[in-house]
Design a protein around this ligand. Sequence first.
Ligand SMILES: [Zn+2]
Length: 319
Amino acid sequence: MAGKRAGSVLLGIDLGGTYTKAALVSEKGQIIGEKHVPTPAKGFPEKILSCIVSLGRDVVTSFEGDYLKIKGIGVGVPGRVEGESGKVIFAPNLGLKEVELGEKLTAEFCLPVFVENDAHLAAWGEYWMGAGKGAKDLLLVTIGTGIGSGLIINGRMQGLRDGSGAELGHWKVRRGGKQCSCGSRGCLETEASARAMVNLMQEKIQGGKPSALAGKNDFTAEDIFNAVEKDPVARRVVDNAIYFLANALSNVTLLVWPERIIIGGGVSAAGDKLMKPLTKIINDRVKSFGEPPRVVRAQLGKMSGAIGAAAYASRCLEK
Ligand SMILES: [Zn+2]
């Protein structure tokens, strides 16, 4: 029709614990439209499925969907996924276990659907059109409530053989250590995630350490970063997180030498307060052995998962 845009696009969906986001992305990586809705309460797979379907249809019709040809759909899930079949093996934050998500969505949309772990898809997004553009290999680490990661080496996502992948957040970093959501103790996530920082700060305050945050009921990792200059307790909490994060990232570097390390998730908003000391420690640890990776902040923000899901669908369809 005259005046209307036509072309092939991909629909990317990021099924998060709080929000479900959708993005329509052209084959060249241009974002055509995006929307998000709250994710239904955990434990109701049918509600989650109908949420994805209605959001997907909504974003397509809202952005001239009638004139666009959707080639395929990518879906990111925070959990373990069987890539070939699109079955969600286990997504604890959504209460999903053994759900044939790929099959059900294929039946609803009558289009090819590709389901993967959300952090892996965020890594594809950064690789395709974000902070990883032009790099052959990269490690994406998302630091939010938890810590997720995706490793791309030579243009290939690592370790998706049976639905498992890079799980930097669950590297053991401290003997004993705190209980982690995975059942183990002393994981990186229990030392360096936003939740870990808030927990440690609360412990210190309850232990009687003087802090400007002591009177606040609800503070966030962002508040802790904002307080570092004047608050020695906040400084110690931040230093602890950076120490463990930098060690883990140095160790990855010494093993696989990614060209870029991309830091995403809510904690990356701390900017230089995080990135400068982190980069310095990694450089110091690895420079005797090779070229240190470039450590940069993620560029796609909250839409990285949805964009990455579209990128992944595009890639799967190319094969
Ligand atoms: Zn763990």
